[in-house]
Design a protein around this ligand. Structure first.
Ligand SMILES: Nc1ncnc2c1ncn2[C@@H]1O[C@H](COP(=O)(O)OP(=O)(O)O)[C@@H](O)[C@H]1O
Ligand SMILES: [Mg+2]
Length: 516
């Protein structure tokens, strides 16, 4: 019995244990089933995502294929265009060459026209006027421009008050703009230096408001030398040629004219001794002499430039002492060339007068008083006197008012008579300076305008003579045209605005109406 009871207990115990194991196994089984479900869900999710990606790739591939087709079509189209462009370029080649030839021939023609025109002006004894528009300086970068060159002989100036008004035209003997170099400018003045050695009195002056480029044109800088240093080289070059059968002396003097006071810039000051008093006189031959002035003989361009540098230094020192601005005085440099023929002993004297004039700007009366007003009035007086002399000369008046001012007195043998005069009218391109630019150009244009009137009234003999000259020049031009092998416009064609035989000039006409 006891054994049976023990066996039953043992059986019961193992049954309980089996049950517990069974429960544990079932729980694990449930857990595995849940994990399996999760894994299956994740797989399904991935399958969906993969299907989506595949579809997208398929679509992209289709689009790329379409793009390839499209691009292939475009490439073949472009190939066609390229071929057509190449054909067109080949067809245009001869025309392009022709255009280049025309442009070159036109440039040559302009040079010839300018030269002939200048020769004509020389023969007529006219005052030549060159306008020069300077480039914008750094502080004006981006500012509005109101002055433009139109062609070799004409330029236009905007109306400051009303930009809708047509720009005003001016015609001069040459126009230089921001692209013109110092070399270009000198090329048109070089002949004047030779004339001086030939015994002519030559005057070159620069007119215009302060900052318009007068000093740059006349003197320039070390890197960009202006007319005076270039003239120095040219002068000695010509003198060198003359020296084969002549004795040449080159003498220079330099003055500053501030208000009515003439200052000798080359005189060496001795302590305690005042500089000699200067007096402007004329000798028996009509040559102007500044009595008491220091004259320096120079033998090379270097010596000439050294004399200029000395004069400029003294001017600088003097103006600093007086607290004056150099743009408010006239700077006059005079080179006299005496040529004595070794055989005949004949002496010819030529004079080259180079003036960097005081700024032509008109100070508003209300803004200046005292000394400044006196200074402005004095500059006005001198420039007006110069204008009056030019006007009287071009009118061929009997009385030329040289004595009205020391400036014109000093220049009296270098303006008119057998003298050759070149006036530079320097202009700022700035819109803000239009009023001053306009008035400077009108001052310059007046000289040419009056000349035109004179030409209209000239006697028939003179007209006939000038026509003959034109004929000779036309023939020469024809010859040049034949040599260059291109069909160039005729000398007096309507395209050209500067026909030497024509008494009227477009822009000047406008001036004429205004002034008359
Ligand atoms: N053609 C030009 N090319 C380059 N710079 C110029 C030119 N003309 C004038 N300038 C510059 O403009 C400024 C004023 O010119 P400047 O000759 O001193 O004028 P002005 O003597 O009339 O008062 C200077 O800085 C000068 O170097
Ligand atoms: Mg100056």
């Amino acid at each position: 019995m006891q054994r049976q009871a023990r066996e039953r207990e043992e059986t019961w115990n193992s049954l309980t244990e089996l049950r517990a194991q069974h429960t544990k196994l079932r729980e694990e089984c449930n857990k595995l089933a849940q994990e399996r479900q999760r894994a299956e869900a994740a797989v399904r999710e991935r399958e969906v995502a993969w299907e989506g990606a595949t579809k997208e790739q398929e679509l992209t591939a289709e689009k790329l294929e379409l793009d390839i087709v499209d691009l292939t079509t475009k490439v073949s189209d472009l190939n066609g265009v390229k071929e057509r462009a190449e054909v067109a370029e080949r067809l245009l080649e001869p025309y392009k060459k022709k255009t280049d030839e025309f442009a070159e021939a036109f440039a040559k023609e302009q040079v010839l026209r300018k030269r002939y025109h200048n020769q004509m002006q020389d023969m007529k004894g006219a005052i030549r006027v060159f306008a020069r528009i300077r480039p914008q300086v750094a502080r004006e970068a981006g500012d509005k421009v109101g002055v433009r060159k139109l062609d070799a002989f004409s330029m236009e100036v905007d109306d400051k008050r009303d930009v809708k008004q047509p720009a005003k035209n001016f015609n001069f003997d040459a126009i230089f703009d921001e692209h013109s170099t110092q070399e270009d400018v000198f090329a048109d003045c070089r002949a004047l230096v030779g004339s001086c050695v030939d015994g002519f009195n030559v005057t070159v002056f620069a007119y215009g408001q302060t900052g318009a480029g007068k000093t740059h044109t006349m003197y320039g800088s070390k890197d960009s030398p202006g007319l005076v240093p270039r003239a120095a080289d040219e002068l000695f070059e010509v003198v060198g040629r003359y020296s084969i059968d002549c004795q040449c002396r080159v003498i220079c003097a330099m003055f500053e004219l501030y208000r009515d006071e003439l200052v000798d810039l080359l005189v060496t000051k001795t302590k305690g001794k005042p500089p000699p008093v200067l007096e402007v006189k004329k000798d028996s031959r009509g040559t102007v002499k500044v009595e008491g002035a220091c004259e320096i003989e120079v033998h090379s361009p270097e010596e000439l430039l050294k004399a200029i540098a000395v004069g400029q230094d003294r001017r600088h020192v003097a103006s600093t002492k007086m607290n004056a601005d150099s743009s408010r005085s006239h700077l006059i440099f005079i080179v006299t060339v005496e040529v004595t023929n070794n055989k005949t002993k004949q002496v010819s004297t030529g004079k080259l007068t180079l003036c960097d004039l005081a700024g032509s700007e008109r100070l508003k009366k209300s803004e200046v008083t005292g000394e400044q007003l006196k200074e402005a009035t004095s500059i006005n007086k001198s420039l007006t006197a110069l204008g009056d002399v030019i006007e009287a000369l071009t009118k061929q008046a009997k009385h030329i008012p040289y004595r009205n001012h020391r400036l014109t007195q000093l220049l009296s043998d270098s303006l008119g008579g057998n003298a050759k005069t070149l006036m530079f009218v320097n202009c700022s391109p700035a819109f803000g300076n239009l009023e001053e630019t306009g008035s400077a150009l009108s001052y310059a244009a007046r000289a040419k305008l009056i000349m035109n009137k004179v030409e209209k009234n000239s006697d028939s003999q003179e007209v006939a003579r000038l026509k003959k000259v034109i004929q000779v020049m036309s023939n020469e031009l024809e010859q040049a045209r034949a040599n260059s092998g291109s069909a160039l416009p005729q000398l007096g064609d309507p395209e050209g605005n500067e026909e030497p035989d024509e008494p009227e000039e477009g822009g000047d006409e406008e001036e004429e109406e205004e002034d008359s």
